[in-house]
Design a protein around this ligand. Structure first.
Ligand code: GDP
Ligand code: GDP
Length: 437
């Protein structure tokens, strides 16, 4: 999955374009709450190409100095972390100093940059757009994010420069689980990676089938075999970014999209904070498996009940997605690192399990019989038969019934809980679909 970042000064129309690109596909859209601003994240599909879009968000600061350095910083992060940068300016104003500043940074990058001039609502407005050739970024795409004109050509230009997703047939590791370590800065991700890979990190191979910047390391030790997914250079200790929050969001999006299972780390001493919740939600929205790691447990002052209480309150915080393994580690003391791998392996086996249809029906039909979906407006729903969808990435259960549209969310949750009681699906999302026979 490629990642496109929209940059530009406030009010040029970035979020309007974001909404148009992501359109009605609300299910994957997520607003990532930030300290100073919200960011939008979603998927766009155009002519059979699917890619993710991040709108870098607006600024609320009043100070010009902060503002300027913040924009520079954000553009740099977008360049480092995205596959493609969409730079937006607007017709109807002169080229501003900020625009020139951003263009200056973008001209130096090797990453593809597409320049789009928004608010070209009518044909004549295109004359206002030509001045932007002076930015030296090549072709300009005049669009109206508000009425949609020009966006088709823009999307053609975007998909033409997206990195190609190669076929994975020649990848000897294609059947291994993809595992990634995510979390906000300073929770111990690099320490855990180093502890796992030790001196053997020279087996780093860029593997076909992923975008250019994803790096996968083949891990095969102590009875565990998987691919550890890193996005570009996660292990070369990154530059210090002022806008750590934006940086960590961009990093997390990339890493999560490339993985099957996410090892999400938090710092025991600070607990599950808003920024951690953002990352956890990215995992949930992307329908990936998850293991929660509470690291730096050595720093936490404990009495007899601490661990149990800590775990309970953490589960309450992440409800209703609380069926997730939680491991308490100290990476510096090398405590319970093996348990993290055991849990990740178990989650992967839950995530990829196929339950035979006969066993599914044997276990679930009596429950469906005893507690059928409640009647709705005098209609009785009868579920006759359950099966798992073949070839689905996530365990997907299909219930065949007479009136699928009458099954409401509370009943779906009830069924999900019953399924989770009967089979070990800890750490994995599941899908429930209702179909007519
Ligand atoms: P952002 O701060 O860059 O995300 O900008 P917004 O998407 O919030 O848009 C800023 C303002 O520009 C809003 O009032 C929009 O309605 C307006 N706007 C966005 N796109 C267009 C457009 O194509 N034409 C015109 N005339 N106005 C637009
Ligand atoms: P990252 O930013 O998530 O990659 O975090 P790092 O791995 O760079 O760790 C940040 C800091 O926390 C470093 O100083 C580590 O030595 C320290 N650290 C990592 N794990 C632990 C732990 O389990 N206990 C303690 N006390 N410190 C840790």
């Amino acid at each position: 999955m490629s990642l496109l970042a929209i940059v530009g000064r406030p009010n040029v129309g970035k979020s309007t374009l974001f909404n148009r690109l992501v359109g009605m596909r609300q299910a994957i859209v997520d607003d990532i709450a930030g300290v100073t601003r919200d960011r939008h994240y979603g998927r766009c599909e155009w002519c059979g190409h699917e890619f993710s879009v991040v709108d870098t968000g607006g600024y609320t600061t009043n100070s010009d100095d902060v503002f300027e350095s913040a924009i520079r910083e954000q553009v740099q992060i977008a360049i480092d972390e995205a596959d493609l940068v969409l730079f937006m300016v607007e017709a109807g104003t002169d080229v501003t100093d900020y625009d020139a500043e951003i263009a200056d940074v973008l001209r130096r990058t090797k990453k593809p940059v597409v320049l789009c001039v928004n608010k070209v609502d009518t044909g004549e407005k295109m004359y206002d757009a030509y001045q932007y050739y002076s930015l030296g970024l090549g072709e300009i795409y005049g669009i109206s994010a508000a009425n949609g004109s020009g966006t088709g050509d823009l999307l053609d230009a975007i998909v033409a420069v997206l990195p190609e997703e190669k076929e994975t047939d020649d990848d000897p590791y294609k059947d291994l689980p993809r595992i990634t370590i995510v979390g906000k800065p300073n929770v111990g991700k690099s320490s855990l990676t180093n502890a796992l890979l030790g001196q053997e990190r020279n087996i780093v191979t860029p593997v076909a089938g992923t975008t250019r910047d994803a790096i996968e390391t083949h891990y095969n030790k102590f009875g565990h075999e998987f691919m550890l997914v890193d996005t570009a250079g996660i292990r070369k200790k990154s530059k210090v970014h002022e806008d750590l929050e934006f940086y960590s969001v961009m990093r997390s999006i990339r890493a999560i999209e490339h993985a099957d299972i996410c090892i999400m780390m938090i710092d025991a001493t600070s607990g599950m904070e808003a920024q951690d919740m953002n990352i956890f939600n990215l995992i949930i929205k992307n329908r990936k498996g998850c293991v929660l790691v509470v690291n730096k447990w050595d720093l936490f002052i404990k009495d007899n009940n601490t661990l149990k209480e800590y775990e309970q309150s953490l589960r309450a915080r992440i409800a209703p997605f609380d069926d997730v393994p939680i491991i308490f580690t100290s990476v510096v003391k090398m405590q319970r690192i093996g348990n993290v791998l055991d849990a990740a392996t178990e989650v992967y086996s839950n995530y990829s399990q196929k339950i035979p249809t006969a066993r599914l029906n044997e276990a679930l039909l009596p429950i469906l019989e005893e507690t059928p979906p409640p009647a709705w407006k005098g209609k009785y729903v009868k579920i006759k038969y359950v099966t798992m969808l073949k070839g689905a990435k996530v365990p997907t259960f299909i219930f065949f019934c007479n009136l699928p549209q009458w099954i409401r969310d509370p009943y779906k949750r009830y069924l999900e809980n019953k399924i989770r009681e009967k089979w070990n699906l800890s750490g994995t999302p599941i899908n429930l679909f209702f179909r007519e026979k």
